[in-house]
Design a protein around this ligand. Sequence first.
Ligand code: 4HQ
Length: 251
Amino acid sequence: MNIGIISIFPEMFNAITKFGITKKAIKNKLLKFYCWNPRKFTNSKNFNIDDRPYGGGPGMLMKMEPLQNAINYGKKILSGNKKIIYLTPQGKKLNFNKLKKLINIKNIILVCGRYEGIDERLIISEIDEEISIGDYILSGGELAAMILIDSITRFIPGVLQHKLSSVEDSFENGLLDYPSYTRPRVINKIHVPNILLNGNHKKIYYWRLKQSLGRTWIKRPDLLKKIKLTNIQKNLLNEFKNEYFISYKEK
Ligand code: 4HQ
């Protein structure tokens, strides 16, 4: 997968290219990363990339021409199917399903806006899709782009060594993760659940699935409404609920 960034702050992307799984994916050539700075694609003599909005009002807009030139340059370099994405609160909300669709695209170009945004005509003529990371305002599209890149990289085959089974992987089954523990066995008088110490993998598997279901039911009931549970899952969740109500009565 190739990802091209259009941004006037390319150094910000060191946060993903120099650390962690994303760095490793680039090193192993599973992800190829490009960055094009609109400032290098200006024809004006003072390298202006912003200008005042027609009609007045506060703030500046990114000019169309440098962005357009940078996008065209990127399109020339990348071969194969492409999608030009603009990060904006106007876009469709990024989620698991969206990422799964994007992973099939060979080249993604992410346009990062600054200031009050970009000239509307760039959206009309160049942008294939608008994506938002949430209902709040950032000071630029860069952080949003990095969130998209970080989360999509985890889906690239070969990036995660421990390919989790579909039941265990959170969100693959639409559920939250089960609780996890590492040494020591007791911290602040809180014990690691005994079942995890017995080495009975079948029991552990069902315990974890039950915890996943229970947690989702408590913390994100909205997620539970979106999926169809198997009979086994329904039974496990009922067990969880009964135990939960019993422990509630005891308190
Ligand atoms: N911005 N999800 C304004 C966002 C944003 C978001 C990016 C702020 C674009 C011009 N992007 N610039 N929320 O708030 O993606």
